[in-house]
Ligand binder design. Sequence first.
Ligand code: S3P
Length: 183
Amino acid sequence: MVNKKYLNIAIIGFMATGKTSLGKELSKKLNINFIDTDDLIEKKMKMTITDIFEKYGEKHFREIEKISVEEVSKLEKTLISFGGGVCLDPENIETIRKTSLVILLEARPDTILERTVNDKTRPLLEKKKKNIEKVMNKRKDSYYKAADIIIDTNNKSIIKIRDEIIGKLIEGEKYEIYKNKSK
Ligand code: S3P
């Protein structure tokens, strides 16, 4: 019987924890498809995330995000990188956990700040750079509730993080599951 929980791998975590870069590397290594929900939303709306926030506001963005969560959770053999706020909605967590092994990437607030110092593409971070720790703490519980595997990304390269995850998959006897899903 196919275990639906392991059809996909989901990467979650705060903004700038490296979800997209890691997702690309890990999916290549596992030879499975890769999708990023923010990219999907931008393509669908033909607008950047910043413009969506500016024109329609965060509430509307979350509605579009929720639809994308439902869509991508129907996929198989895919590594899905989610936007940092996806876990704010408990229904999203439930949907994601049904078909995905969930990997949470963590980083300290100073690491996030360092990585985003010249980045203007994250509307929420622009307003809250001084408050990263506060926002992070608010979200912590929902991230932990969603996660199967937690990875500390501080002072690590993407390749090191990728290999650490492969190690955890092997350790948890999950590597074969994803390897066997090769295209
Ligand atoms: C958000 C994170 C962003 C993007 C949007 C909102 C958040 O994605 O979805 O700007 O609320 O944390 P990244 O985590 O990929 O930056």
